[in-house]
Design a protein around this ligand. Structure first.
Ligand code: EMZ
Length: 395
């Protein structure tokens, strides 16, 4: 056996191990428990893609909250749109919201985003200690969201005060009281937009028709909950994890500075490697089989993006960050017709962030951190950090 020193063995802070490898290779799936509504996790990229495509057998339009793992059935009965709707209705909703969520491709949007991110980076440089999750990523996510909704910047203060997750609190995985803060807030904002329509997302939705019918308040709320919840901890994890990566790989940041043309590829690779959302579920509508494994009607499966993104049948050196990876068919933003609606916004955030860090930051020193480990049956998966304190030095 090769001699391995203690130091070499130590996992780096920014290293995210793949806990699924053995099960993925040997069986391709794993059964896990969740609030008496078990889930078969699908681990191979091929099966994940096939399942995402097959919306007739694997539906999203189940009881609201049931396709999320852990299930949110106990804390909400409002359907998130278009996330919990199947074709053909899904197509109508998606077509309605798609152009709005593509606005991050506009130059003006990107310039404003750069302003927000540059300001935040300037704020943290040379500060003694910066707790990245709360004092950087959450702020960045909330401030950037004002652009996506097209509402005043000051509103982000309220969202920052809610903390990282809108449905989870420190010791409760599903916190109904916390969810109510968001629901009440949205009711208020929707009523305001009805009284006083503007150029914001609420007003656009309220004035829209789907299938010849005006969008109801309930439907508008369904889109807004998704917009707030779906892109929150995911973006926060992506931003925080990327910073931990650049702290331990300063050459990567230098390379991005010297070769800015690789930024687009680097963003995709970071999303593949970190897979900010571990998995997403579907409900099965008939007795079926995946990976030679029988799955019963009305049970749940999940497509494990995090596992699929390390599938060595598809990715060379799956456990390495290859910043300019040439072929990268990752499923970090999901796959098929339900692929992430917020992906354009998220990609722009990461692109601008990488550019800004490469331009302004000389080095990042990690002082201390606490991993955020998710437990899924036999797997423990690091998805991000509960907290990570660093020092950013300027150039
Ligand atoms: C749901 C989900 C969407 C869910 C793309 O993911 O994100 C989760 O964080 C929320 O809890 O309700 O919006």
């Amino acid at each position: 056996m090769e001699h391995v020193t203690k130091d070499q063995k130590k996992t780096k802070t920014s290293e995210f191990p793949d806990p699924f490898e053995q099960a993925r290779i040997q069986k391709g799936y794993s059964d896990i428990e969740d609030q008496n509504d078990p889930v078969t996790m699908l681990l191979r990229l091929k099966d994940v893609r096939k399942t995402a495509h097959n919306w007739k057998t694997f539906i999203s339009g189940a009881k609201p909250g049931r396709i999320v793992v852990p299930s949110e059935v106990a804390i909400r009965d409002i359907r998130q749109i278009p996330f919990e709707v199947d074709p053909p209705e899904h197509t109508d909703y998606r077509n309605l919201v798609e152009p709005w969520f593509k606005r991050p491709l506009e130059e003006e949007y990107q310039a404003k985003l750069k302003g927000i991110i540059d300001e935040l980076v300037d704020e943290v440089i040379n500060k003694e200690d910066v707790e990245v999750v709360a004092d950087f990523s959450l702020k960045l996510q909330s401030r950037a969201l004002t652009l996506l909704l097209n509402i005043p910047y000051e509103e982000s203060e309220t969202w920052i005060s809610w903390g990282v997750h809108v449905f989870r609190s420190e010791d409760t995985a599903l916190d109904g009281d916390k969810a109510n803060i968001l629901y009440d807030y949205l009711d208020e904002q929707i009523d305001k937009a009805i009284e006083n329509p503007g150029n914001d997302l609420y007003s656009m939705l309220l004035s829209s028709e789907v299938n010849g019918q005006k969008m109801s308040k309930e439907e508008v709320k369904g889109v807004m909950i998704l917009t707030f919840a779906g892109g929150r901890d995911t973006v926060i994890n992506a931003v925080t994890n990327s910073i931990s990566y650049f702290a331990e790989n300063p050459k990567a940041l230098k390379r991005i500075h010297e070769e800015p043309e690789i930024i687009t590829k680097a963003v995709e690779e970071l999303v593949r490697y970190f897979s900010p959302l571990t998995h997403m579920g579907r409900v099965v509508t008939e007795d079926t089989k995946v990976c030679e494994h029988a799955i019963k009607n009305d049970s749940r499966v999940s497509m494990c993006w995090a596992s699929a993104n390390r599938d060595s049948a598809v990715f060379e050196k799956p456990n390495e960050v290859v910043l300019d990876r040439k072929i990268n068919p990752h499923v970090g933003f999901g796959f098929s017709h339900h692929n992430c609606l917020g992906a354009t916004h998220a990609r722009q955030i990461l692109k601008v962030l990488l550019g800004s860090l490469a331009e302004k930051v000389g080095g990042i020193e990690i002082k201390n951190y606490k991993d955020n480990i998710e437990e899924w049956g036999e797997f423990n998966r690091k998805v991000g950090f509960d907290n990570i304190t660093v020092n950013f030095s300027g150039k």
